[in-house]
Design a protein. Structure first.
Length: 323
């Protein structure tokens, strides 16, 4: 201990005075705020490589060759029959791919959430591997699988829209398995047990008890899968070629082959609007996922009072729909 008890206190007062005079400990000798400087780096990167390309695309689509602001021209491009067919095919194949992905992904989510599988971690890794593969690799793999003379060449799916839908389902099944499976694994099983105790069969338990609680997770996964399928590039370009075109591949063709930058910009703005809508839907669905998953831990965290285990059962909802 110091021989003078007030020495440490006086040094602390002098140190705080110097800190206030210098503008804080985060400032250098020249008065530069280093957190502000370091924060400017990611802001500048985002502005250069995200905001500026978006602004350039919007400017190219809304301004004509003479430099005049002409938003009516982009609307005229949107209302052409060719763009209508592109939008219809993009949304149609994305919806079909999302439906097939849900049909294949829900059983996998159930296995990962409710079945005690040996090596479940390895199963999760195997399910996730297709999602991290490049889209061009997935497209080439399906081309080799479905091509004439190959393993599934007898199906005649090569060069059809079904090849694109199957590849999209293979690519995005991990989203459904991990999103829905994670929520399913955290759900409180006692409402389902109560429904079965009241005489409901497995199908009715799933339809009336499990499915409503999984709906936000399914909606969130569906929105993300739909977004990925609608903006798919490599899979559609490899498996569809010039016969099946989406907005994504048409932007590429208009830029590289036709060199119609005005049309490419118009399609890019249309795709930006569609992506924004899909992201908003996914964010809204994720909010429902958090609200649905939160009550699962509440009954376990609440201590038993009075009559013990019989008290929480009185707070469960009525299961008349399961009778």
């Amino acid at each position: 201990m110091s021989a003078h008890p007030g020495a440490e206190e006086r040094r602390g007062v002098r140190r705080r005075a110097v800190t206030r005079a210098g503008g804080g400990t985060d400032r250098g000798r020249c008065g530069v705020s280093w957190p502000l400087v370091l924060g400017a780096v990611p802001v500048g990167f985002t502005a250069m490589f995200f905001a500026w390309p978006v602004v350039a695309i919007v400017h190219r689509g809304l301004v004509d060759d003479a430099g005049r602001f002409d938003p009516a021209a982009i609307l005229a491009l949107w209302w052409t029959p060719e763009v209508g067919r592109l939008v219809a095919f993009t949304l149609g194949q994305a919806a079909a791919s999302t439906a097939l992905t849900l049909a294949l992904g829900m059983p996998v989510a159930w296995l990962l959430a409710r079945v005690q599988l040996p090596g479940k971690t390895l199963v999760r890794v195997v399910v996730t591997v297709p999602f991290v593969l490049p889209t061009v690799v997935v497209g080439v793999a399906f081309r080799m699988l479905l091509g004439e003379g190959h393993l599934l060449g007898w199906t005649g799916l090569d060069g059809t829209v079904w090849a694109i839908i199957l590849a999209h389902a293979f690519f995005n099944i991990a989203i459904v398995a991990r999103t829905v499976g994670g929520v399913w694994a955290r759900m409180d099983p006692r409402p389902e047990q109560a429904a079965r105790a009241l005489g409901a069969g497995p199908a009715r338990v799933f339809a009336t008890v499990t499915a409503p609680r999984l709906l936000p997770a399914v909606s969130s996964a569906s929105a993300v899968v739909f977004l990925f399928c609608a903006t798919s590039f490599g899979v559609v370009l490899v498996l569809g070629g010039t016969r099946f075109r989406t907005l994504e591949t048409e932007i590429y063709l208009q830029t590289v082959q036709v060199f119609d930058l005005r049309m490419a910009a118009a399609l890019s703005i249309l795709q930006l609007l569609a992506v924004t809508a899909a992201l908003a839907a996914a964010a809204f669905a994720r909010r429902g996922v958090r609200s649905a998953a939160a009550p699962a831990a509440a009954p376990a965290a609440r201590p038993a009072r009075g009559r013990g285990a019989s008290e929480p059962r009185r707070r469960w909802p009525s299961w008349r729909s399961c009778w």
